[in-house]
Design a protein around this ligand. Structure first.
Ligand code: FAD
Length: 120
């Protein structure tokens, strides 16, 4: 059975981390200041360099170099993280996520499911 006091497997850490990153992006300002934009870029740079799955970190740093973060607003940042997550999905043979639905998944909830609402 699932024992929550154990150290994380890579997939558990991945799922928790993506949940954090997509939620952070969804709640990022729609009109961030220059300082907020710089802090977000610095955060992503540090995150990429310190993510504890080593080969995930190496690959993610390369992707960030190729396709720099779009920090101009919450919509662009959410789409950027969604695209990055899709790069990993593709690498792992998982289904691609429709990035037009990223706010439904991570901020507002799917209208088809009234129980599925955001709580922050
Ligand atoms: P996850 O992929 O963790 O997704 C969680 C939920 O997010 C899904 O149920 C879905 O509702 C939603 N979702 C899915 N795709 C998207 C998207 N594109 N945009 C928005 N929401 C989406 N694992 C490896 O084995 N090798 C790696 O190299 C690797 N690199 C990683 C790099 C980073 C930066 C991170 C954060 C994780 C990485 N992982 C890697 C972990 C991997 O991405 C998954 O988190 C893990 O395999 C668990 O997958 P999952 O099926 O539970 O769902």
């Amino acid at each position: 059975s699932y024992y929550t006091e154990c150290p994380l497997f890579r997939n558990q850490l991945g799922r928790a981390t993506w949940s954090y990153l997509h939620t952070m992006a969804a709640y990022y300002p729609s009109n961030p200041s220059q300082i907020e934009q710089t802090k977000m870029k610095d955060f992503i740079d540090t995150f990429a360099k310190t993510f504890p799955c080593k080969h995930c970190s190496t690959d993610f740093q390369e992707e960030v170099e190729k396709n720099p973060p779009r920090v101009e607003n919450n919509e662009q940042l959410s789409k950027w993280f969604c695209e990055q997550h899709n790069v990993v999905n593709q690498k792992l043979g998982k289904a691609e996520f429709d990035c037009d639905r990223v706010f439904e998944r991570w901020k507002f909830g799917y209208s088809k499911n009234p129980k599925c609402k955001g709580y922050l």
